[in-house]
Design a protein around this ligand. Sequence first.
Ligand code: VG1
Ligand code: CO
Length: 542
Amino acid sequence: MTRIVPSQPYSGQKPGTSGLRKKVKVFQQPGYAENFIQSVFDVVERAPGSTLVLGGDGRYHNRTVIQQAIRMAAANGYGKVLVGKGGILSTPAASNVIRKHGASGGLILSASHNPGGPDEDFGIKYNIANGGPAPEGVTEAIHARTQTIDRWLTVDAPDVDLDTLGTTQIGALAVEVIDPVADYAQLMESLFDFSAIRAHVQSGFSMAFDAMSAVTGPYAIEILENRLGFARGTVRNGIPLEDFGGHHPDPNMVHAHELFETMFAPDAPDFGAASDGDGDRNLIVGRGRFITPSDSLAMLAANAHLAPGYAGGLKGIARSMPTSAAADRVAEALDLPCFETPTGWKFFGNLLDSGMATICGEESAGTGSDHVREKDGLWAVLLWLNILAVRGISVDALARDHWARFGRNYYARHDYEALPTEKADALMAQLKESLSSLSGKVFGTLEIAEADNFSYRDPVDGSTSSNQGVRVMFRGGSRVVFRLSGTGTEGATLRVYLERYEPVGGDLDRETPEMLADLIAAADAIAGITHHTGRTAPDVVT
Ligand code: VG1
Ligand code: CO
């Protein structure tokens, strides 16, 4: 029944921070998605007859690639495919299904926070048997395979009905359409005190959750409204749409501005949150108080023991390099190991697997724990809800209390998008060349202590990842980081991460832009942003 389709290698399509991400039109080329999927099947570890998990964020082209992948799985000797109903599985839910059902891995179809639709983005990522993103060794092997591949395997079989639960047989392959929410909701109930949160809701605690017309809608409705008792309508934009309603499903102040308006209005609910396209990111905003993702990581780590799943304390905390050092201060106070990894969730996998870290986070609004091997948007929301229910204070009060104890890391990320690649590369090249001459340089009140090009040695497997972004550290704990995005699909995106530390007793109640003004000027002077790119202001500030 297997059909061998001759194909040609495609060049240069190296997967980025998070799988292969391209325009839908690129994925629609004959054989393109198949080439990548076959390269995955050719190189990853899997015993004959093993299980593959399959699902995506519901964006345009999701169902097409799911049917392609099912036929290819049948031809490649898989025994079972578990696919979310409607082709839906959030990234953290997929991670959980892989772990719970002993799958050898999973294909997650998503371009995360990138816009969707016929002219927008699509993506495919592969997760390994631990439920986490394929580590660099695997993504590099997949990439190498795409360069030499000369055929892909499929079978001739009709499309599987993705909208009815149950099992269909394609030759030796059993395709089971599963409820995408059930396993995940059960896992959340095992980690958090749902009755404490329910009681808090009954006593009047209110919330707004923006699913951004992306994958988290069905999860949020089931968990927040059905199980925790929040009012109907708490979940906004709760139906996954193929084009996310024309918006970027990116939970930040720019793309989730309606939620911000709600939360800063006089009649704001107590708590606001949002998630991204594939459900792995979160945004947390209290009434009149935005919590930066870096602060959220630190605040969750400091209070996690209040939730049943973490009552025994944490083993360690890990953060990506550009994430602020707020979590480091919590780790220090709790006497926990603290790890600084390159950007991308795959770098947390070994730390979580080996029990060296329990909670991890990234400045880009990703937080998660060892319950799965992905960042998890709703998990972060539920941990916040659990903590607020137990402590009985507002988000603002919790933040102030935290800063009074640990000091405050004022933080912002400036993105310069769609830059000509050669200009962005020239900026980074010159910056790297200047590193050795930077220390001791003074910009206003700021003096550079040291600067480097970040490199990480994995403490578990000893692998090294170099060239992961330039760090410029100032005396007193402030910092600027420069790196190029690995997830964009148009030109290059320069990310500039700005962080100013105010110790306990310092200026803890000021506006972020005012506190970062000196650093912003220094960043331009150090890297020559305007000189290289002609841009005088970032496109997106988060
Ligand atoms: C961005 C974020 C990074 C995140 C990655 C994938 O990468 O900065 O923190 O892990 O997206 O997130 P980059 O290379 O563009 O800076 V998601 O929500 O796509 O799974
Ligand atoms: Co995402």
